[in-house]
Design a protein around this ligand. Structure first.
Ligand SMILES: [Zn+2]
Length: 278
């Protein structure tokens, strides 16, 4: 991550030099660089600072609930999950300036909670399946990605599950959803996980937009530029979290044998409607 900041600083110096300005004169005009957080090359400036690695975990959980507006349930808000809780915190904070969390909370009248609990089967996270109206995250599985240094995949997973909440108003055919469905009809498959599911494609288009350091990120490929522009324009209000589609961000390289964190499989329509009372 240090190398990323050095490159940005160097690029700024080159620009100023080319205009014949001295760096001493130009520096006060340069924006404050924002330090990248794990898995996200260009996060929002910090709004809610991580309380610290030595703060009691129950204090951290209470602050997370207070700062980001989620009711917390489940059995995994424990010391053993501290690394996973930190990734969750930093991901929510990294998107704070885009209004992403406020936007998705508004879709469910502020009633979405986070349930940290075991998920049976292969899924690492789900929306409204394990517990209705909650995003469930299995921090015990998260730890396996942390052990592999694959923070980017967890950022994508957290953002992906939250995107399902954002998309829970789709049956009323809001403008953004009509546009996305048209886009999907022309662009087709985005990720191997989402396959031919339009709702999973939406969640991955949003999730990988923030989690740019996830291994095999579909945005590393310029073919997904239209999906990138959708997420930028209709979900994040112009805020970007990494370089444009087609450019691979500089990230610490995860273990090539890292296990792929899996969202839950697409939910049968009737079931999700029953659960979320849509
Ligand atoms: Zn999903």
């Amino acid at each position: 991550m240090r190398s990323l900041l050095v490159k940005v600083t160097t690029a700024a110096a080159v620009v100023f030099a080319s205009f014949g300005m001295s760096q001493a004169a130009a520096l006060p005009l340069a924006p404050e660089p924002v330090a990248p957080v794990a898995g996200i090359p260009m996060p929002c400036p910090v709004t809610h600072e991580w309380p610290g690695d030595d703060v009691p975990v129950e204090t951290v959980a209470a602050a997370l609930a207070e700062n980001f507006g989620f009711a917390l349930t489940g059995t995994q808000w424990t010391e053993a999950s501290r690394g996973s809780i930190k990734i969750l915190w930093q991901t929510l904070d990294a998107v704070e300036c885009s209004g992403y969390v406020a936007q998705l909370q508004a879709k469910v009248n502020g009633n979405v909670g986070i349930n940290a609990a075991d998920i049976s089967g292969f899924a690492w996270g789900d929306w409204s399946l394990t517990k209705p109206n909650h995003v469930t995250m299995d921090f015990a599985k998260f730890q396996r990605a942390l052990d592999s240094g694959d923070d980017g995949r967890l950022v994508r997973l957290v953002t992906h599950e939250m995107a399902h909440v954002l998309n829970s108003d789709r049956h009323s055919e809001p403008e953004y959803w009509k546009i996305f469905k048209n886009l999907y009809a022309t662009q087709g498959s985005f990720s191997s996980y989402a396959g031919s599911s339009v709702t999973e494609t939406f969640a991955d288009v949003v999730g990988y937009y923030v989690g740019r350091c996830a291994m095999e990120n579909p945005y590393d490929n310029g073919e997904n530029a239209a999906y990138y522009e959708f997420a930028k324009t209709y979900v994040f209000g112009g805020k970007e979290f990494g370089p444009a589609a087609g450019q691979t961000p500089e990230c610490s390289i995860p273990d090539s044998n890292a296990e792929t964190p899996m969202p839950a499989p697409p939910t049968p329509q009737s079931w999700i409607e029953a659960l979320s009372q849509e």
